[in-house]
Design a binder for this molecule. Structure first.
Ligand SMILES: CCC/C=C/C(=O)SCCNC(=O)CCNC(=O)[C@H](O)C(C)(C)COP(=O)([O-])OP(=O)([O-])OC[C@H]1O[C@@H](n2cnc3c(N)ncnc32)[C@H](O)[C@@H]1OP(=O)([O-])[O-]
Ligand SMILES: Cc1cc2nc3c(=O)[nH]c(=O)nc-3n(C[C@H](O)[C@H](O)[C@H](O)COP(=O)(O)OP(=O)(O)OC[C@H]3O[C@@H](n4cnc5c(N)ncnc54)[C@H](O)[C@@H]3O)c2cc1C
Length: 646
């Protein structure tokens, strides 16, 4: 064990194990997670470092691993969805799996959109993996749902739907598992009795069940990408492909071609809401991994000098702390927000299943906003962690390049982040309702408060600042009032309308304000949820260290967005000047606990797959070992010498 890292652990002021229990949701859950993690010792999962393989080899290795996972899950009798998820995330490490879409989109779509008869047919096939599915929605030319061009036209004479990709731009593009899957949920515009009824989901068989040969359908892999090398994102061109009427999910078309309206047309979008909710938790996980790597490495790396003494640990540089500790605080904040998002998703979707759709708009708005907010922040954060590791961060052995490449598409898939932030219609609508005196429920209820207190985005001189920057509840209040930026967005729309612009143009001309408002709303939610969590934590040592992190998170956010807080008169200039001073004090308070705080995330070394983030801190000898395994070192003289240089 590296002596630096041993010393760091001795400095901790709290019980690391107890903090792990809080993150997992209790000691029993930690115990079970650790039991599941023992799978890492299973020799059947031994594999070559994907960084040393070609794309095709990586795909093959991933398929083998996915198939092994299915067999092992059966062997160990793991059937609880949360445990399956835990098992798979341990085995997958930092990469994706080729059957991922089957689990995260195909199966959930079947669970939520099959009627009884369809469930009886499709669920046994899909859960036994005879049917391997994908989710084909996006097209070459469009992702915006109303713009999708694939058609599904009902033919009452044969009781079939005819699925067609009428143009090049309508070819399905991006669905995972182009080579792996034999079925797809295809999203298409429904036509019956000559009328279009919008987007609906259909189950389409793509390949023969025995031979895996494609049916008369053009299907394949779209080629190498920035990351996602394990995943065969595919294309799919349908040329008047016929499927039985029973393959339409939720069966909205009667045998005579009559269309039966669903309770809400937006239920078809349910799978996206589910994944967006999951991505909040994934952001926390990846942020935590990146911080673990960068902070452990910073504790064992010595460089340069502060005084004329031996080279200090780079973690002692104030600038290094300023790069990493706000991200550490973010990892904790997002962990608690992820827990909240999962609970909210299951609570509201439970109500939806019982026929109560009243909270569906809020679930959509919250999941879309938090997905964008957390993935954007994490995306930037991974890169900061990588840079903070200097040159070794650039080596694939650090895992940080892979973490970035695998994570960055979360800002794009399941709804491009700007587009998700612009789903603020709900925010503006809520604001207008509150302004009209309606009492709002749920997370939007803070807007009621604003109307009562007549708090607006006033200039600093108009309202005395009420913030004690050391008091978390005051900081939460400031974030809440900053979220009144929604008023500026609403005003901008109003002004545009007064210029006789159409509603759509008014919206587009206010889009920057709308995204800012959405961002401020999400930021408030994160600060509030982090602070609320503290009241549940009884252990005084842990409460203290997490309070320090929550303060850092809140103050760092104010420092980055100081213009908003000053402009709204929420803080005075002298208070703003105190914030960097307080931030520096907080960095010093966090410093002795930094390694313990990342240890509490409890990532096994094999899951991190990072030479820099090793638990034992023995970085240099293992970096050397890793480099020697590079395929270029397989022979002392590379064949290119003989071919070209000699
Ligand atoms: C491993 C990774 C795998 C990746 C997979 C993928 O990427 S798969 C591919 C992933 N692809 C994407 O993620 C595509 C991203 N694009 C989209 O989701 C849509 O194009 C859109 C939401 C941007 C617009 O959609 P639109 O033109 O239909 O809608 P509109 O703007 O006209 O609003 C109409 C009303 O509907 C509401 N409403 C909207 N969505 C939902 C919802 N989910 N629930 C509930 N409600 C929703 C909205 O609030 C509004 O309410 P209002 O005000 O009337 O009361
Ligand atoms: C790794 C990966 C996996 C994927 N897996 C799947 C899958 O399994 N199934 C599937 O169906 N799809 C999948 N996708 C597709 C994914 O859902 C889309 O790429 C995503 O929804 C974004 O759409 P787009 O690529 O068309 O971007 P565009 O919408 O073309 O975005 C390009 C730019 O235009 C801007 N823009 C677009 N619309 C607006 C607007 N209304 N207002 C303001 N700005 C706007 C965006 O902000 C962005 O800056 C995957 C994508 C990736 C990268």
């Amino acid at each position: 064990m590296n002596p630096d890292i041993v010393k760091e652990r001795q400095n901790a002021s709290f019980d690391v194990q107890k903090l792990t229990y809080i993150l997992d949701g209790g000691p029993e859950k930690t115990k079970r997670r650790r039991e599941i993690s023992l799978v890492l010792n299973d020799p059947d999962f031994d594999e070559e470092d994907p960084n040393f393989l070609s794309r095709s080899e990586r795909y093959e290795q991933a398929v083998r691993k996915s198939a092994q996972m299915i067999l092992k899950l059966r062997e160990y009798g793991i059937s609880d969805p949360a445990e399956i998820n835990c098992y798979k995330s341990v085995v997958r490490g930092n990469f994706h799996e080729s059957l991922g879409l089957h689990y995260v989109m195909f199966l959930p779509t079947l669970y939520s959109q099959c009627d009884q008869e369809q469930s009886k047919k499709w669920l046994p096939l899909a859960t036994s993996f005879e049917v391997l599915g994908t989710y084909a929605q996006t097209e070459l030319g469009h992702t915006h749902l109303r713009g999708l061009e694939t058609t599904a036209t009902f033919d009452p004479t044969t009781q079939e739907f005819v699925l067609n990709s009428p143009t090049v731009t309508s070819i399905k593009w991006w669905p995972g598992a182009g080579k792996t899957s034999n079925h797809a949920v295809v999203l298409a515009q429904l036509y019956t009795r000559g009328k279009c009824h919008g987007l609906h989901a259909f189950i389409v068989q793509l390949r023969h069940m025995d031979t895996h040969e494609p049916l008369p359908i053009l299907v394949g892999d779209i080629g190498p990408k920035f990351g996602f090398s394990e995943v065969d994102n595919g294309f799919l061109k349908l040329d008047h492909v016929r499927i039985p009427r029973e393959n339409m999910l939720m069966k909205h078309v009667e045998p005579d071609g009559r269309y039966v309206k669903p309770a809400s047309a937006k239920l078809t979008y349910g799978t996206m809401v589910f994944i967006r909710s999951l991505l909040v938790g994934l952001s926390a996980l990846v942020m935590a991994k990146s911080c673990t790597i960068a902070i452990r490495y910073s504790a064992v790396r010595h460089q340069s000098e502060i005084r004329s003494e031996p080279e200090p640990q780079i973690l002692d540089y104030q600038t290094q702390q300023y790069k990493l500790f706000p991200l550490l605080a973010t990892a904790y904040a997002f962990s608690f927000v992820g827990q909240y998002m999962t609970e909210t998703y299951y609570r509201i979707s439970g109500d939806i299943n019982q026929g109560d759709l009243s909270e569906l708009p809020e679930l959509h708005a919250v999941s879309a906003g938090l997905k964008a907010f957390t993935t954007w922040t994490t995306n930037t954060g991974i890169e900061v962690c990588r840079m903070s590791c200097g040159g070794h961060g650039y080596s694939r052995s650090s895992a940080l390049p892979d973490l970035y490449a695998e994570f960055t598409p979360t800002c794009t898939y399941e709804g491009e982040n700007t587009v998700m932030m612009l789903q603020t219609a709900y925010l503006v609508k809520s604001y207008r309702q509150a302004k009209a005196g309606e009492q709002l429920r749920g997370i939007m209820s803070y807007l009621n408060d604003m109307e009562q207190r007549h708090v607006r985005a006033h200039p600093a001189s108009a309202r005395p600042a009420l913030v004690d920057i050391n008091d978390l509840s005051d900081l939460v209040e400031s974030y809440k009032l900053r979220a009144a930026l929604v008023e500026s967005a609403a005003k901008s729309i109003q002004q545009e309308l007064q210029k006789r612009r159409s509603h759509e143009d008014a919206w587009n001309n206010s889009a920057i304000d709308l995204v800012k408002a959405s961002d401020a709303h999400c930021h408030y939610m994160v600060v509030k949820l982090f602070t609320d969590k503290l009241s549940e934590i009884g252990d005084p040592d842990i409460n203290l260290v997490l309070t320090t992190l929550a303060q850092l998170y809140a103050l760092h956010g104010i420092a980055l967005n100081s213009g908003d807080f000053l402009q709204a008169g929420l803080l005075t200039v002298p208070q703003m000047q105190q914030i960097p001073v307080r931030i520096k004090e907080l960095l010093c308070l966090i410093r002795p606990n930094a390694v313990a705080l990342v240890d509490a995330f409890d990532f096994p070394d094999k899951v991190l797959s990072s030479v820099l983030g090793r638990y034992d801190g023995n970085v240099y000898e293992n970096l050397f070992e890793w480099a020697r395994r590079s395929p270029l070192n397989a022979t002392e003289v590379h064949e290119s010498f003989h071919k070209y240089l000699k």
